[in-house]
Design a binder for this molecule. Structure first.
Ligand code: SF4
Length: 271
């Protein structure tokens, strides 16, 4: 059987519950976006396009205010483009307003930390605002595909800081913990980066938009973790695509207060 092309999410799904992986990636049953995934995508789009804003008229005095206004406009625009998906979630107007405002607060939180970095760079390098903005503009939404590992992934932001390279993923999660699944995601991105550029990124991390950037050091051990997990999934999925070989992992991720696994009804984990 040919190797499937995996991603950090498919590998983490496989590790969480093999039956869920089977339904999602082999049977390709539809999954249902939640408000968290939709607004996560919206926040990502805002941060991606923020760096395309024309800052040529911004000054040291007004750039914070103008940047916040630009983020607000981006949020309104991207929220509107997801209108149909949001309507399908059947939320009340109050709930939609809550999620919109919460997302705006996350973007403001991110921007406050961006301004600190802007101030630091302008002071350290004695460069004008526009140059500092260009210096801090990351490579965004870069797709990495490895034929060798049969894995692909999108890296939200790649930041070059002096001699260092930091690869960063944005998350709107309420949990601020760098869980094993997140560590594995960063390990896979680091491996993909290393394979393409022949150089290890210095750090990889998550910008928790409710909080702050958390970075981990990229080393050989992290790459080994990625290689090991990639090998394990390929060994399994290349050997069989029979449903019976993808067992259920029944736990609190099947159904929780206010939500359930996308495949709960077809899976019937408790029967
Ligand atoms: S309901 Fe539970 S056991 Fe079934 S696929 Fe989903 S996570 Fe796995």
């Amino acid at each position: 059987m040919a190797k499937r092309v995996e991603s950090p999410s498919s590998i983490n799904t496989f590790k969480q519950c093999q039956r869920k992986y089977y339904y999602q990636y082999i049977e390709k049953l539809p999954s249902f976006p939640s408000v968290h995934t939709v607004r996560g995508n919206i926040a990502h789009s805002c941060l991606e396009h923020f760096f395309d804003v024309d800052v040529s008229s911004y000054t040291r005095e007004n750039y914070k205010q103008k940047s916040r206004e630009a983020l607000q406009k981006l949020l309104l625009f991207h929220w509107k483009t997801k209108d149909q998906e949001l309507q399908k979630l059947k939320l009340t107007q109050d709930q939609l307003r809550f999620y919109f405002e919460e997302t705006m607060m996350m973007l403001i939180n991110w921007s406050n930390q961006f301004f600190e970095r802007m101030e630091g760079i302008m002071q350290k390098k004695q460069i004008p605002l526009q140059e500092a903005f260009a210096y801090l503009t990351p490579v965004r939404e870069m797709q990495y595909v490895s034929d060798n590992y049969s894995v692909r992934g999108f890296i939200d932001a790649i930041q070059h800081i002096e001699e260092e390279v930091h690869i960063i993923d944005y998350k709107t999660n309420s949990s601020l913990e760098v869980k094993d699944s997140i560590k594995l995601q960063l390990a896979i991105y680091s491996l993909l980066y290393f394979e393409k550029h022949g150089k290890l990124p210095s750090k990889a991390g998550i910008f928790f938009l409710r909080h702050k950037l958390k970075l981990i050091t990229v080393d050989e051990e992290l790459l080994k973790l990625a290689k090991r997990e990639i090998e394990l999934i390929h060994a399994h999925t290349s050997a069989t695509e029979e449903k019976k070989d993808y067992p259920k992992t029944v736990n609190s991720l099947c159904k929780w207060n206010g939500g359930q696994c996308d495949f709960y009804d077809i899976c019937r984990p408790h029967e």
